[in-house]
Design a protein around this ligand. Structure first.
Ligand code: BV8
Length: 229
């Protein structure tokens, strides 16, 4: 049993913005270009699988080109002083590539494909998903991503980790998608709660707010947390 304090970091698209990946609800965000209902629902998948596959193939190519930024790196480095659990709504793999070892992807992971008829997942490596790419059971492969109206992953593990957090740091999320956004309510009253965001327009009660860039503020804030002597 480690005597390091428990740090849980809940991240959203804003933490990857400075790695060049689009957020969802900023002005130049993804949902301005596409309607959610065209590309991120089971109905869209039924109606226009080619468009959905191309939407994720394009984003997957951008993820492969992107590099983790100083925020991802600081969270990975924090493992020297904290038991760190990353709960991310992001489908990119930048936390892992920065070295984080405990990452819960509640909305899936774009670098994996999944069978359309069961939960089998497959590493895509440098490949895209095309119409006609089938799983061993013969169904069309889909992105391993949670669409609207679909069940979210790892919620129990995420809630469990947050319920034991000494520190909860929320970074780069509008907290507008549920049930992930509701995870902030699982933190113990006595936990130290802070939020880093470009806008401070949706701050849960009890959270200290640091308004600004995730890449600039995350290293500073984690550095300032008390270390085990
Ligand atoms: C569920 C994967 C039930 C896809 C995503 C009707 C039917 C069913 C459910 C619902 C319904 N009506 C509402 C719901 C609930 C729905 C929901 O929450 N809708 C919202 C829109 C109201 N939720 C669901 O559908 C969930 N499923 O409820 O199923 C069920 C239960 C059991 C069994 C079966 C079914 C599923 C939700 C998951 C959807 N998938 N992503 C993909 O990625 O393509 S959601 C998507 O939004 C991403 O995951 C994203 O991460 C997430 C949240 O967005 P954010 O990450 O916060 O990004 P955003 O752009 O919003 O904000 C970025 C922030 O960063 C901003 O504040 C910005 O200021 C800041 N920022 C920007 N740059 C920086 C910065 N901060 C710091 N530094 C910077 N540089």
């Amino acid at each position: 049993m480690s005597d390091k304090p428990n740090l849980v970091v809940l991240t959203g698209a804003g933490i990857s913005a400075e790695s060049g990946l689009s957020t969802f609800r900023d002005n130049n965000g993804l949902w301005n270009e596409y309607s959610v209902y065209e590309v991120a629902t089971p109905e869209a998948w039924q109606q226009n699988p080619e468009l959905v596959l191309e939407f994720y193939n394009q984003r997957r190519r951008e993820v492969r080109q992107a590099q983790p930024n100083a925020a991802h790196q600081a969270i990975s480095d924090a493992e020297a002083d904290f038991e760190v659990t990353v709960v991310t709504q992001n489908v990119d793999n930048l936390h892992e590539r920065a070295g984080s070892s405990q990452v819960l992807h509640v909305h899936g992971l774009i670098t994996l494909a999944r069978s359309s008829i069961n939960e089998q997942v497959f590493e895509l490596h440098d490949k895209d998903i095309q119409l006609g790419d089938h799983c061993p059971a013969g169904s069309q492969l889909r992105p391993h991503v949670v669409w609207f109206g679909e069940m979210v992953y790892h919620m129990d593990a995420a809630a469990q980790a947050i319920s034991k957090a000494d520190y909860l740091l929320v970074i780069g999320t509008s907290l507008s998608v549920f049930p992930a956004a509701g995870l902030v309510d699982e933190a113990p009253v006595e936990a130290h709660k802070a939020l880093i965001n470009k806008e401070a327009d949706n701050v849960p009660p009890g959270f200290e707010v640091f308004q600004g860039s995730a890449a600039q503020l995350t290293p500073q804030i984690l550095q300032a947390y008390p270390k085990q002597t």
